[in-house]
Design a protein around this ligand. Structure first.
Ligand code: UDX
Length: 435
């Protein structure tokens, strides 16, 4: 059993802490925010993440998990210090590393010789070297161990990781960090510190590129009468491409892809490389948001002024309550700018500044001139479309996730534009708008 200190009680930190505790280690979470500290110490997660609360509770009950503030943390007893702090994007696209620097500055003089400091936050390549310089302790090794967690499946992603990446100069430190993961079947990949940092950014930027590509192919499908689900079935059955991350959508978002792609682009520029492909990936995502709004506008007769649009979904994907960089918010901002009123519903998000949120998916549709589906929640897939058609002012659905059954919708009298498919139900005209 090792004492693992986890600095930062956010998504990455708490998932790491609860999972290491589950693997049998003693864990101390160091969290600045008192409200968050008291939640965690009572065994509740401060955000929705399936499976997390059960592990936190079990850890606290077994007395293997505790929570401290930076002032009371037992730095001197820690064998490992995991840095799990946010690295938000600054207006120029670069990552704000101040929380990391601050945590290292506090810990540095207090740590015992032989401690391994592990950087888990997603950071620009070269950050670990800077942290090493700030640490200024030749008796302490610094290792990069990036996280690859997906929100909504973070705990199972940690415990069933496909690979554990350990970037280290010091083989002994790498082995000690690898040993913490004993019990996880994934392959341990040991790399240089720089490779580990860059690999994390490369994975996210690659996945974002895959999605921008798929969304662009979906646009071509619509223009040429092809069907994106058939096209991606063919693409995905090629083992060189693989079937995952081929679902088209309104564009990609979340707390990682937008921030990490902007940060990688910024770092590339700083290093003297014009990363045109990544730039195009980001631009294609904005184009996706624009296209969704164009579709909604088309379905409202070409002008959104004075129209009411029902929005199903605010979270950046199903399975989470997180709205950070949500495609839904990007689309809503564009709808507002074009003069439309928006009434939204999301099963996990009940309040959001500047957006009217209805109490259920049907209330959101009352009197709406168009409905758009922006998050792939299963309850939208199974909604009573007859009821939806009955209460809308115009019976038009713009389904950016391809989850609404077109036959069922058409049968209910709805016209459907479904991402990556030819338009169904004819072009809406003024006569379809009821007063
Ligand atoms: C992502 C990475 O997957 C994870 O490895 C990394 O550690 C953090 O960033 P996450 O932000 O939780 O995880 O979301 P993810 O499931 O990857 O989805 C990102 C965005 O892509 C969402 O907006 C989602 O809706 C979209 N997406 C994903 C699609 O549009 N289609 C897909 O097939 C998959």
């Amino acid at each position: 059993m090792s004492l693992v200190q986890v600095i930062g009680g956010g998504y990455v930190g708490l998932t790491t802490a609860a999972s290491f505790c589950h693997l049998g280690h003693e864990v101390e979470v160091v969290e600045l925010d008192p409200a968050r500290r008291s939640k965690i110490s009572s065994g509740s997660a401060p955000f929705f993440e399936p499976g997390l609360e059960a592990l936190l509770e079990a850890g606290i009950r077994a007395k293997r998990l505790r929570v401290s503030s930076p002032d009371t943390a037992e730095y001197q007893s820690a064998e490992f210090v995991f840095l799990c702090l946010p690295t938000p994007d600054l207006p120029d696209g670069s990552a704000d590393l101040s929380a990391l620097y601050e945590a290292v500055a506090i810990a540095a003089p207090r740590l015992s010789a032989g401690t391994v400091v592990v950087s888990k936050s997603t950071v620009p390549v070269g950050t670990a070297r800077q942290l090493e310089a700030l640490l200024a302790r030749s008796d302490i090794a610094l290792v990069s161990n990036p996280e690859f967690l997906q929100e909504g499946a973070a705990v199972s992603a940690f415990l069933n990781a496909e690979r554990v990446v350990i970037g280290a100069d010091d083989a002994e430190a790498a082995n000690r960090v690898a040993a913490l993961y004993a019990g996880i079947e994934g392959r341990v990949v040991v790399t240089s510190v720089e490779s580990a940092e860059l690999a994390k950014h490369a994975c996210n930027a690659f996945l974002a590129t895959k999605l921008s590509f798929v969304n662009s192919i979906a646009a071509l499908c619509e223009l040429n009468g092809a069907d994106i689900s058939e096209v991606t079935e063919v693409m995905g059955s090629d083992s060189r491409i693989g079937p995952k991350f081929l679902n088209p959508g309104p564009g990609w978002g979340g707390s990682c892809f937008p921030k990490d792609s902007a940060s990688l682009l910024h770092d590339a520029r700083r290093a003297g490389f014009d990363f045109q492909l990544l730039q195009a990936t980001i631009a294609a995502n904005e184009q996706s948001f624009d296209r969704v709004v164009e579709r909604i506008s088309d379905s409202c007769g070409g002008d959104l002024k004075g129209r009411t649009v029902a929005v199903w979904g605010l979270a950046f994907k199903a399975g989470t309550a997180d709205v950070r960089h949500s495609p839904a918010l990007a689309v809503i901002a564009r709808l507002h700018a074009a003069g439309a009123s928006v009434v939204a519903f999301d099963p996990m998000v009940s309040r959001i500044e500047g957006v009217t949120v209805a109490e259920d998916e049907y209330a959101a549709c009352a009197g709406a001139h168009a409905l758009t589906v922006l998050t792939e929640w299963p309850q939208f897939q199974w909604a009573d479309l007859g009821r939806v058609a009955e209460i809308m002012a115009a019976r038009v659905v713009v389904d950016t996730r391809g989850i609404i059954d077109v036959d069922r919708a058409t049968h209910a009298g709805l016209q459907v534009w479904s991402v990556g498919r030819a338009h169904h139900g004819g072009t809406p005209d003024a006569s379809s708008v009821r007063s």
